[in-house]
Design a protein. Structure first.
Length: 315
């Protein structure tokens, strides 16, 4: 079945950015977990780190993407890498000292993105949330009770899990081929050669990795599940109130259907709150669509910042 879930994304950042990076991700609702010289941020109660920062770079850039699988999946991926004549690599020294117990491999895709695939149990499932009830014509699902307490009584928003990441690529079709042929992912949907969305077989969110077109590789955003659309709105607004921006949201995507609010990080990329994303249980019955460009971003909500799809890692 090849890769089964997204384990973490890692970014290289300048040493001077560590303080503002910690402030951003902790304000976003993640927990800081020190890993020697590394800065790791995780969802509360999660088994794995979600975002790992590697200080010491001249500028922020994608360091690597880590995926989880089982023994059979790793063996299958090794076979596919051999067929593609893609060599296995040594673990980066900065990472190796902190993950020595894992059965894992490292390699680069044809465009230069560094991947780690590790044999590890899936991330713990988030605790069930109260059902999100709405009243609509003919359906009174919430009776004799209000939807929300006063906003001053609403707790801080804490992401439940890392859902997906969007990576820039110089070839949408080439990256789709690599992720499907070598990592065993499946195409969920795409919009021409502008953007594509892929999921893991065996049941996963509509997208676990997404691809955006650019003239070079890079990191655009990491996306985190929260408990409800209200959490998306509250979390996004509180980050805006703390001075982070420009943001994009509150809105709802067309592809994947999720509610969203993107918050710009210190380097021009984003962290996203999301809720209510499509779930693909059977890859063989899901039919991928090629969406018109004009429908590819969102169904409703404000327009994104003008530079929303700019790859700042590529200049």
């Amino acid at each position: 079945m090849a890769v089964q879930f997204l384990k973490h994304v890692a970014l290289a950042i300048p040493e001077a950015d560590c303080d503002k990076a910690e402030e951003f991700y902790t304000n976003f609702g993640l927990e800081l977990r020190r890993r020697g010289d590394l800065m790791a941020f995780a969802c509360k109660g999660s088994r794995y780190d979600a975002v790992i920062l590697v200080p010491g770079a001249n500028r922020k850039q994608l360091h690597h993407v880590a995926m989880g699988t089982d023994e059979g999946g790793l063996a299958w991926i090794k076979q596919r890498l051999a067929l593609e004549e893609i060599p296995l690599l040594d673990a980066p020294e900065c990472i190796d000292a902190h993950e020595i117990s894992e059965n894992r491999i490292w390699f680069r895709d044809p465009h230069g993105v560094l991947f780690q695939v590790a044999v590890c149990p899936p991330e713990k499932a988030p605790a069930p949330e109260p059902q999100f009830l709405i009243n609509s014509p003919g359906h009174f699902n919430r009776v004799d009770v209000g939807a929300l307490p006063p906003k001053s009584d609403i707790a801080d928003v804490c992401p439940r899990k890392l859902g997906h990441a969007l990576l820039f690529t110089p070839s949408i079709s080439g990256s789709i081929r690599f992720l499907t042929d070598v990592l065993g992912m499946r195409l969920s949907d795409r919009s021409e050669d502008a953007v594509a969305f892929l999921h893991c077989q065996g049941g996963s969110d509509h997208h676990v990795l997404a691809l955006g077109s650019s003239h070079d590789i890079g990191f655009h955003h990491a996306s985190f599940m929260v408990g409800s659309p209200d959490d998306v709105g509250v979390g996004g607004q509180r980050m805006v109130d703390k001075g982070y921006g420009p943001s994009w949201g509150f809105g709802r995507h067309a592809i994947g259907s999720n509610f969203f609010h993107y918050i710009r990080d210190p380097w021009g990329s984003y962290a996203e709150y999301y809720a209510d994303i499509d779930y693909i249980a059977n890859s063989d019955t899901w039919e991928a669509q090629n969406w018109p460009i004009e429908d590819s971003l969102h169904t409703w909500g404000p327009n994104p910042p003008e530079d929303f799809v700019h790859n700042y890692e590529a200049g």
